[in-house]
Design a protein around this ligand. Structure first.
Ligand SMILES: [Zn+2]
Length: 256
């Protein structure tokens, strides 16, 4: 929904205290899924800018490290126009807001319909177009299921190498701060966004073992966005990822 409630200062303090005590980092926020700052429709765009501004404000208040957002959809415009719209919206949303810690992370998409961000080049174009008026840094979040569905074959060894190479060249690996670890129910290149439990989709156990242990990716923060069909699925998916990390240390040799 569009409406959001104000943050309770006491809750913010409890969060900060818990993070210190448990050494929890980074703190990553995902923006509201209704937000489409690239929208040609003026009222949707205005609502999106206001909602995103509120997201930034809350992130600054709670001391978040990253705010992940989707580039949006370009219905009714060309891709180039929509990227200009998005950049203007971003600058408006963040006007007068600054934070040294917070970084905005553009997430790649499955490239379905008129979604922007199915190609790394589209994400980089947004970052390049942003002016110095925006006083927050921009980086990237890569979603493994979106990569596969949009045509980056992260399931195979060669495909993963090619994808990391392209991410390094086009985005800069140091700007890729977060990986959304999701298997894909939809086949490679299908441009359909459907998340699956780790190991049960088209990426598979071997695919995730390579992704988690890739020298260019292994130090990133991984976040699960897998389905919860039964209670405990989130915990099970997390354990699967942890097992795949450990396993590779003893049973595989790394290739460059
Ligand atoms: Zn995601």
């Amino acid at each position: 929904m569009w409406r959001s409630s104000a943050l309770d200062p006491a809750a913010i303090e409890r969060l900060k205290e818990a993070r210190r005590r448990l050494d929890l980092k980074p703190l990553v926020v995902h923006d509201n899924y209704l937000i489409n700052m690239a929208a040609a429709d003026r009222s949707i765009r205005a609502r999106s800018i206001a909602a995103f501004r509120a997201e930034i404000g809350r992130c600054l208040a709670i001391g978040a490290d990253y705010l992940v957002f989707h580039p949006g959809s370009y219905k009714g415009q060309t891709l180039e126009e929509s990227i200009r719209t998005l950049v203007r919206s971003l600058e408006e949303a963040a006007e007068g807001l600054a934070g040294r810690r917070l970084m905005l992370l553009l997430e790649n998409t499955a490239g379905s319909g008129s979604a922007i961000g199915g190609r790394f080049g589209e994400l980089a174009a947004v970052r390049r177009a942003v002016s110095r008026n925006l006083r927050l840094r921009i980086g990237y979040c890569l979603d493994t299921a979106h990569c596969l569905a949009s045509g980056y074959d992260v399931a195979s060894a060669e495909g993963l190498e090619a994808t990391v190479r392209e991410a390094r060249r086009i985005l800069g690996l140091s700007r890729v701060r977060i990986i959304h670890a999701n298997d894909s129910k939809a086949p490679p290149g299908s441009r359909v966004d459907r998340h699956e439990h780790i190991g049960r989709g088209y990426i598979g156990m071997q695919g995730f073992r390579r992704i988690l242990n890739h020298p260019g990716l292994r130090d990133k923060a991984f976040i699960l966005e897998t389905p919860i069909d039964r209670e405990g699925d989130d915990r099970r998916n997390l354990l699967t990822l942890k097992r795949l990390c450990r396993k590779s240390l003893t049973t595989t040799t790394r290739s460059s």
